[in-house]
Design a protein around this ligand. Sequence first.
Ligand code: MG
Ligand code: MG
Length: 250
Amino acid sequence: MINRKSRDEIKRMRHAGHIVALVHQEMKKVVEPGISTKELDNIAMKVIKSNKAIPTFLGYNGFPASICTSINEQVVHGIPSDEIILKEGDIIAIDVGATYGGMVGDSAWSYAVGKISPEKERLMKVTEEALFAGIANMRAGNVLDDISGGIEDVANREKLGIVRQYGGHGVGHVMHEDPFLFNYRVGDQTLIKPGMVIAIEPMLNLGCDDVKVLDDGWTVITKDGAPSAHFEHTVLATEDEPILMTTLME
Ligand code: MG
Ligand code: MG
């Protein structure tokens, strides 16, 4: 069942999303060669807690940190560590969740560490474009497949791999609610209605689609070792334009 959020729930979610955006604003400032992913996690935790929110990821299915940090060939769910130090030329996807007033905001962004290769540059640019192509189709009267198709078309145009095993999801009272949203067409004709909130999150690869999970039980990497990028916003469907819930509020 896909629940539709009330005005009050949307208000709290918007606040949660603002806090997630504050974390990303901070991440953008501090991501540079020499910083460890554990330091990034500490900074994120501080921002979330100082804004009276709860780090949604911490303890989620046993996840040990407040953010996921996935570098280069890592796709999603990378675990922050003192031993993982960013270096020039890396790209890092940082996924952040915050719960405020019982409602969740979820957003991921990929960042360049210093100067990166033109191929990684292209990967990040296109994945972000795919996210916004999906968002543009999240309109009342469209179906879920329209969002998926918007993402797929951009990925195909640029011949990027599309991660198949992971995708977007309803979000609200908990991080993962119905529906699951594929990043490619599967024929899902579920109607989009005002009040539905979905985390749209393309994960695209410079190589093949295939991924696998490392022995730590969390970190997902591309099978061919090619770099992967990840961009995500929590988005509200309305009668009119979709509304981004995970941006800074004025
Ligand atoms: Mg996320
Ligand atoms: Mg998500």
